[in-house]
Write a protein that binds this ligand. Structure first.
Ligand code: C2O
Ligand code: CU
Length: 504
């Protein structure tokens, strides 16, 4: 039997308290450390990563944490609002878009509570010819949290990028904002709100943007795929979209994946060619049969089909049994089974010069995605990490204008992530160490599967502060976001604040 000394109870209490403090103390510290200041500037976020390049003055060091001193924009740098398109030039394509929160009906009659632009979702298709200046006046009639428009895949000047809290304030009810940019790349793009985007994009605040190279003799079809309450639509319609295409005619189908996950697409009734990815033409694309495409969330694939001479219709499957049916005398195209094989763009087409040398980069960055337990703005969970760090303590990739940048994007998080860099197109150099051997493969939305690792490269030729995030937008809202920062560029906008900016 153990005889208890009179003070034993107190000692045990002290030990227990000390143990509790030892366990909870660091947790409380971690919790408190994870709380986001209100408001905060992305310039004060995380830690600078110079990628082995010079440490220029980006304004980052000159601001106190908390974002207060970031207001006013009279630092040594250029404020993002100065990075605009040719201010004196007249618009070639000009339109007004009125954003509303409303209940509306799909053409099938099915009702949906979401968002419209000019009374419709998807919003109007914006069409321009390469080189034209596009001007869009956005008016927020009734979207309570505010709206913006981001031109996904268009390398616009930074002030036009539409990211609430980074390049502008969210446009509140009764307010407006005018976007201007030169459509200097022909291709398939889209636009969507970048305020509370995970909710507003799902709710339909989006549309297609097509930049034509000039007059062309092909049937041109936009096929924007979106899910409304889980109901798959093409251009807002359930079921097939029928398009007339004469025997022997060439047709280009511009597929836009606005969903949050990768989408398969395949063709029944004719071979096809994948002629462009993310708004960039591929070089030497050969006819494909028996393979599906995998289109990343946010990504685009332009599919070209030559109609059979016998007049039989062609079905382009978009994510399932329905999609676009091309035909003339008949649209009776039975569904084709989904091919087991997927076209690998890494080896598709033929090589061509890149226009720059990625072999001697000025900066090398790692963008390694993982997942671990921790606190995100005070909320415990298993959260995404970037290079082992939880948002907002993530790397900020610093570059100077003209730098050649290489980035290794790797994914150890156990889930796929469609990675989207704003303002730039990057070329894929390798996947899992296997060099690209086909056409130059330029992307703005790259599906990085679990366990995969891509090496990409780009030229830093568009000064600004650019988001680089996962386009599975709920993941972005969960902190899978960082920024590419140009030396000498500052922003006076903040996340939070009076405009309640909330980009993700
Ligand atoms: Cu399509 Cu940052 O988004
Ligand atoms: Cu993701």
């Amino acid at each position: 039997m153990v005889r208890q000394s009179p003070g034993g109870g107190r000692v045990r209490l002290i030990v227990a308290c000390a143990a509790t403090v030892a366990v909870l103390g660091p947790l409380v510290w971690l919790w408190q450390d994870s709380l986001l200041p209100e408001p905060y500037s992305v310039m004060d976020m995380g830690y600078a990563d110079y990628g082995g390049g010079p440490h220029g003055s980006s304004g980052h060091e000159t601001h106190a944490p908390g974002g207060a001193s970031a207001r006013g924009g009279h630092g040594p740098g250029r404020d993002v609002t100065q990075l605009t398109a040719d201010a004196g030039r007249r618009a070639d394509v000009s339109m007004t878009m009125v954003a509303r929160k409303q209940r509306f009906r799909l053409p099938s009659g099915r009702a949906f509570d979401g968002y419209t632009l000019n009374g419709q979702s998807p919003g109007p298709v914006i069409k321009a010819t390469k080189g034209q200046l596009v001007q869009v006046r956005l008016i927020n009639e009734s979207v309570p949290g505010g709206v913006t428009l981001h031109w996904h895949g268009v390398d616009v000047p930074n002030a036009e990028d539409g990211v609430a809290g980074v390049t502008q304030d969210a446009v509140g009810v009764g307010k407006e904002f005018t976007y201007r940019f030169i459509a200097d790349q022909a291709g398939t793009f889209w636009y969507h709100s970048h305020q509370m985007s995970h909710e507003q994009v799902r709710g339909g605040l989006l549309g297609a943007l097509v930049v034509e190279p000039g007059p062309r003799e092909v049937t041109d079809v936009v096929a924007l795929v979106h899910l409304y309450n889980g109901v798959r639509t093409v251009n807002g319609r359930e079921g097939d979209v029928q398009v007339e295409a004469k025997p022997g005619a060439r047709a280009r189908i511009r597929v836009i994946n606005t969903e949050y996950g990768v989408m398969p697409a395949w063709v029944g009734g004719a071979p096809y060619r994948l002629v462009a990815v993310d708004g960039t033409e591929l070089n030497g694309p050969a006819p494909v049969t028996g393979k599906a495409l995998a289109i990343a969330a946010g990504g685009r694939a332009d599919i070209e089909v030559t109609m059979p001479e016998n007049g039989s219709p062609v079905r382009i499957h978009l994510g399932g049994p329905t999609g676009v049916v091309l035909g003339s005398s008949s649209y009776d195209a039975p569904p084709a089974p989904r091919p087991a094989a997927t076209l690998d763009v890494l080896t598709y087409g033929t090589p061509a010069p890149l226009g720059f040398d990625p072999g001697r980069p000025d900066r090398r960055f790692e963008y390694d995605m993982g997942r671990r337990p921790g606190f995100l703005d005070g909320v415990p969970g298993v959260w995404w990490t970037i290079n082992g760090h939880l948002y907002p303590d993530v790397p900020m990739f610093h570059v100077a204008e003209g730098d050649v940048v290489r980035m290794r994007v790797s994914n150890d998080s156990g889930e796929a992530h469609p990675m989207h860099l704003h303002g730039h197109h990057a070329v894929v150099l390798s996947r899992d160490g296997v060099p690209a051997s086909g056409s130059p493969w330029w992307v703005d939305s790259l599906e990085v599967g679990a366990g995969e690792s891509y090496e990409i490269a780009f030229v830093a030729d568009n000064p600004g502060i650019w988001m680089d995030h996962c386009h599975n937008l709920p993941h972005a809202a969960e902190g899978l976001v960082t920024h590419l920062m140009y030396e000498g560029v500052t922003t006076r906008f903040t996340v939070g604040g009076p405009a309640a900016n909330e980009p993700e």
